[in-house]
Write a protein that binds this ligand. Sequence first.
Ligand code: NOJ
Ligand code: NOJ
Length: 629
Amino acid sequence: MIHASRLFWGAAVGAGFLAMPVAAGQWPQGVSLDSFVSRERALALQGVLDNIGPNGAKVPGAAAGIVIASPSKVNPNYFFTWTRDAALTLKTLLDEFVLGNAALRPYIDDYVRSQAVLQTVTNPSGSLLPSGTGLGEPKFNADGSRFNGNWGRPQRDGPALRAIALIQYANWLVEHGESKKAKTTVWPVISNDLSYVGQYWNATGFDLWEEVSGSSLFTTQNQYRSLVEGAVLAKRLGVPCTGCGQSPNVVCFLQTYWNGKFFTGNINTNTVRGGVDANTVLGPISIFDVDAPCESPTLQPCHSRVLANFKVFVDTFRNSTLYPINAGIRSTRGIALGRYPEDVYFDGNPWYLITLGAAEFLYGAAAQWTRQGAISVDTDSLAFFRDLHPSARAGDTYRRGKKTDPFPAIVAAATAYADSFVAVAQAYTPANGALAEQFLKTPPGTPLSAAALTWSYASFLSMAARRAGRNPRGWTSAAAQKTPRPSSCAASSAVGTYTPATGAGAPNTTAPCLALVLFVVNATTYYGENIYLVGNSSDLGAWDLDNAQPMVSSNYTAERPEWFAQMSLAAGQTVSYAYVRQQDCGRPPIWETANRTLTAPACAGTGAPLPTLETDDAWTGPVGQPGGC
Ligand code: NOJ
Ligand code: NOJ
């Protein structure tokens, strides 16, 4: 079903064949890389817009400005909005908008409004008021309501990425006579996110792959950028930025991911992974500033350690036992790349957005060298440079304009290397241009997992922009970098200020007064059967089983078959609820035969410990039988 017809890109044949055949070119698309990129660019832009509500052709039901991760509703169900995917997508749309695509403005305004509202949606990570915890929620339902299922939460990259996207818009507004809108509509949304970053950058959370709780380079790097850019914008607008003062400690912390050979993707974790992770390549491209010096502690693509890390990361996937699809490709050519070598999600395959991200990375580094007119090689980056220029030595500096200097050859080699990653993506892109999340690690590299992934399309757009030499506005300018990096990193935090962004359309919510309810039910279940809690309020899933609260069986014994779920409900609220059995083998759920009612304890007032209530329920209704599948 994901297979699109494997036809040729008929029209463009004859434009000159530049693309390298990849892994025997299972899907020969007889067009040059240039034609592929220009055709796929248009398809990718349409692919993004098709996944944004309210009018996106592929996402009926999505609210205005809500960016759906993928129209796929089963295996996997990505019919949700992730703060990360949405922000990275909008960042790319903003690049296109700033560079002249005026038609994108309604999408951007819808996004601003949708995010202002989402910020106020109380969710399993918390709420906006009083302390911003709800901003760390990774995803929401397509209609903008809270998602109650189990998930790796909080994820702290979301607020930073959203702030970065919105800062770009606010700057554009300021420069186009709309400072008032920047200040009263967009800034309040940004301000909440920067408060969150300043308050929680040093707290652990889940990584961008939603699997590892700890600190993640991608997250830290984007957090730093958001605070630096946020401070500059705040000054421009004449408003205070709570949290921005944290940036020196954040950039200090950022350096600690280096392990002497590469950047460990996740630290402060207890995983047993080796640490090689695409987040360390996606991070540098998301904070890319063509004007930044390579030594910048922001860790730009051209930074020597970042280049060293790039080589370690890419070479990890040259192992043809891991990725048979990469067998036989020369060590200086692009290959298919995945998230990290231990990945088992959908059996751990290459991802389009990472393979394209590698190309974007190299175009970015080449643009930085060109901007600076120089390339310096040191012991860290030597192995990387040897692949482009075999006689490179540590200590060499190459310069543009010097006769016989290898500078232009190295820039050209890096660009060709970048192109060869795009050619890999081309080889596994079906003729209709659809970009799924992954493609099979064995020939024929069939697309798989979520179809029409918004982030895959967005990654194509940003790669194509870099390839065409179109670079976003810089952010690392000297003014912003004045604050010296502390010599020892402090684990600091600034208490944020959080306010619903009513100017952008957020409801004027107040801090919820909460009560804790520990739902406890005795329900004898068979191995493979689970109990869910569902009820009439949004925190209990509004009677929608797909949004019910999963219960925990860790106290379950034969004597006391206990399932529990701890929920914070609005104090004093009366709710109807019931327990539901989720059977194995895909058989229908079994509901209790009657609904229950409870009233959460009354509000205890600020500062007081949360009042609590514990239920002592016993399953009422039919029991399940193992399906024996
Ligand atoms: C596990 C995957 O590895 C993660 O990246 C994904 O987001 C979740 N499952 C949900 O699909
Ligand atoms: C799984 C990816 O690991 C995660 O980064 C992404 O946010 C979701 N899918 C949605 O695309």
